[in-house]
Structure formats: C-alpha cells, structure tokens
Design a protein around this ligand. Structure first.
Ligand code: COA
Length: 178
C-alpha cells in the first residue's frame, strides 16, 4: 500500500517513488509542489500557494480532522499529492473533497493514478462514502483520470473561474463508494 516503494513507470529508468501519508517532513516539499502547479495558472483555483505557515497549519489541521493526504516522493522530493478532506457539518461527514496535483516533469507516468487509488482506499476505510471535486472543464487529463476512477459529472458550474479576464466553466464530479 502507501508505504511501499514502486516503479514510477515501466521504463528503463531505475527511478522509484514512494507513496506515503504526508508527514511534517513533507510539508515544505508539498508547499513547493502546490506553488509550482498553481503558478501554471491552468489547473487550480489558486494562482500561487498560500504562505508556508498557512499551508503547514492547513495540513496539520486537516490531518487532525481525519483528512487523507498522501504524497509521492521521488529522489528530489515531493512530486505530487492527493488529499480528501471530509466536510465539517454533521450531515456531510461521509463526503470529502478531493484535490491533487503532479509536478509537470512527472506527469503521464501513472503517479496520479497511484495516488488516487491509495487515497480512495484509505478514505473508504475511514468511512468516506462520497468523494467530490470541482475541475476546470478544460482540464481534459484530469477529467479523464477521474472518469477512469468512477467519478461522474453531476453538473457544470458555469463561469466558475475567471483567469486573466477569461471566464472558465468547471465540472462538479463525484464518486460514491470505496
Ligand atoms: C491530472 C493529473 C493529476 C494526472 O496525473 P498523472 O500522473 O499525469 O496521470 P497518470 O499518468 O496516472 O494517467 C492517468 C490517466 O489520466 C489521464 N491522462 C493523463 N495525462 C493525460 C493527457 N495528457 N491527456 C489525456 N488524458 C490524460 C488518462 O486517463 C490516464 O490514463 P491512461 O494512461 O490509462 O490513458 C496531472 O496531469 C496533474 O497534476 N495535472 C495538473 C494539476 C491538476 O490538474 N490537478 C487536478 C485539479 S482538479
């Protein structure tokens, strides 16, 4: 499961990654990965990461409240993450909100699939029965990944984001069960 090393891809490289629950030692790397992907301006709602201190508090708080948060760690540090944060209201605690990202150089090697599989398995074991997310409608790789894992589009959030003056639709997607 999450704690074992695994080949990043069936390639000739001897590169190995580890998929592990996030720990304090990963927070700086997670923050850098989040910041880099946000600054691509094509995928996330945020356009840069929150400050390191806010990110650290967010990670530690969400772990205390039962979130699942795993990271992919390569030789040069954190290269991706996936997190599922349960909602707070008593009627919504079986529902969790998903976020994920892989730094650009590591995309397309199966890391996102592996992170998502491990995250969903851990969340199911913790009683999460509905996983949901909002994804930009133009983020075709992410939408394909989510569909492959059984996420279904429940609706379109019209003009949900505005980036550099352009309004962009987003999809609400959700997956029931483990
Ligand atoms: C979306 C993302 C997490 C996928 O991670 P990844 O490690 O590149 O994905 P994988 O290599 O595991 O590929 C899994 C599936 O994703 C889809 N996919 C990945 N790259 C794709 C591409 N360039 N075009 C179309 N589909 C793609 C495919 O369905 C693929 O399955 P397949 O290889 O059997 O066809 C990654 O592209 C990413 O971090 N993007 C930027 C951040 C982001 O979009 N986060 C999600 C915000 S909601």
């Amino acid at each position: 499961m999450s704690s074992v090393s695994w080949p990043a891809a069936a390639t000739s490289t001897a590169e190995y990654l580890e998929i592990v629950p996030i720990g304090r030692q990963h927070i700086a790397g997670y923050h850098a990965a989040l910041d880099g992907i946000a600054k691509e301006r094509r995928y996330l709602a945020m356009l840069e990461a929150p400050s390191f201190l806010r990110t650290r508090r967010f990670v530690l708080d969400s772990l205390r409240t039962g979130a699942v948060h795993v990271v992919a760690v390569a030789a040069d540090g954190v290269v991706g993450w996936c997190d599922l944060r349960p909602k707070a209201a008593p009627t919504l605690r079986h529902t969790a909100v998903l976020g994920m990202g892989i730094v650009a150089a590591y995309r397309g090697r199966g890391i996102g699939s592996r992170l998502l599989a491990d995250t969903l398995e851990l969340a199911w074991a913790q009683g999460i029965r509905r996983s949901e997310l909002i994804v930009r409608a133009d983020n075709l790789p992410a939408i394909a990944l989510y569909r492959r894992f059984g996420f279904v589009t429940e609706g379109t959030c019209r003009k949900y984001l505005c980036v550099d003056g352009h309004d962009i639709d987003a999809l609400l997607m959700a997956r029931l069960g483990g």
